[in-house]
Design a protein around this ligand. Structure first.
Ligand SMILES: C[S@@+](CC[C@H](N)C(=O)[O-])C[C@H]1O[C@@H](n2cnc3c(N)ncnc32)[C@H](O)[C@@H]1O
Length: 278
């Protein structure tokens, strides 16, 4: 396990701005529709798709896999949330740069949960030693698109591992192996039970001294979701969930300075924080 000289980036911690908007409330929806009438047809199309996929799938993972199939067929870059190729590049660079600022080294072993079509992954694969990048995803369609990115970027010799999973129990992965676990824009699309499953199993695969960073849609008001595609959580809920699974969690203030709507939490083994392991 490499010794980490973390956070060379100098930041001034600042109070994070409170977010209280409840996008699920009828009042918000009406106000939003009045302010953005041009977006109503798109919302109605999403609503219709949501109903159709809900009726034809058995659980959230099957539902979200179907959402990804639909979206990836249109555009893999849009399917992971980027409105243009430039945004796809910029969002991947933001994730990658942040990990570098926090001491990422070529010999780190990275698990990228919900790797999508390698928006950050291709940069990580390029930087890390061969075989040190593992991407997992529930969507076979986006994993095929990820392979296209590996080919397009000429990264075959870096031997990235790209695996399809049906859950986040991480059962096929080795114990105490990954020095960095990363999930960008995954819990923002996950109901609580999926997050809990991940937090219940991530400690097993996390190397001593390693960390797990995940982003989430933060709300400081009531927790809610929109069409079960976008979920909004309170920071204290996620910190508590991590603690329930014997993990220490902290809100990453320096991520808030970046131009990104989601917030970030870092989870470590409790022992790494000098606390008694549960
Ligand atoms: C918004 S995209 C982000 C992809 C990538 N992390 C990035 O930043 O470009 C969310 C990805 O997470 C995957 N995903 C959603 N729920 C998942 C789960 N429970 N387990 C693994 N992957 C999941 C989706 O299939 C999709 O590829």
């Amino acid at each position: 396990m490499p010794i980490r000289t973390t956070t060379p980036r100098t930041t001034t911690p600042h109070a994070t701005s409170p977010r209280t908007k409840n996008r699920a409330s009828p009042l918000h929806k009406v106000r939003y529709a009045v302010r953005h009438p041009e977006r109503v047809p798109r919302y109605l199309r999403r609503l219709a798709r949501d109903l159709r996929l809900r009726l034809s799938t058995r659980d959230h993972i099957a539902y979200y896999r179907a959402v990804m199939r639909d979206d990836t067929a249109r555009s893999p870059e849009a399917a992971v949330g980027s409105a243009s190729h430039e945004r796809w590049l910029a969002l991947g660079k933001m994730q990658y740069d942040y990990l570098l600022w926090h001491g990422l080294r070529p010999d780190d072993r990275v698990l990228d949960i919900g790797c999508g079509n390698l928006r950050a992954g291709w940069r990580l694969i390029d930087y890390l030693d061969a075989g040190h990048y593992h991407g997992i995803d529930i969507s076979p369609d986006i994993l095929l698109a990820a392979q296209d990115v590996v080919v397009g970027r000429g990264l075959q010799a870096k031997l990235p591992h790209l695996s399809l999973v049906r859950d986040l129990r991480l059962a096929a992965l080795p114990e105490a192996y990954f020095t960095v676990v990363h999930a960008h824009s995954v819990f923002s699309h996950s109901p609580r039970e999926v997050i809990e499953e991940c937090l219940a199993h991530v400690a097993r695969v996390l190397a001593p001294g390693g960390y797990f960073d995940f982003t989430f849609n933060r709300t400081d008001g009531p927790e809610h979701h929109v069409l079960r595609e976008d979920f909004y959580y309170r920071t204290d809920t996620l910190v508590r969930l991590a603690a329930d699974h014997g993990l220490a969690a902290r809100f990453m203030e320096d991520w808030e300075e970046l131009p990104h709507r989601q917030s970030k939490i870092r989870v470590t083994h409790r022992a790494a924080h000098g606390e008694e392991a549960a």
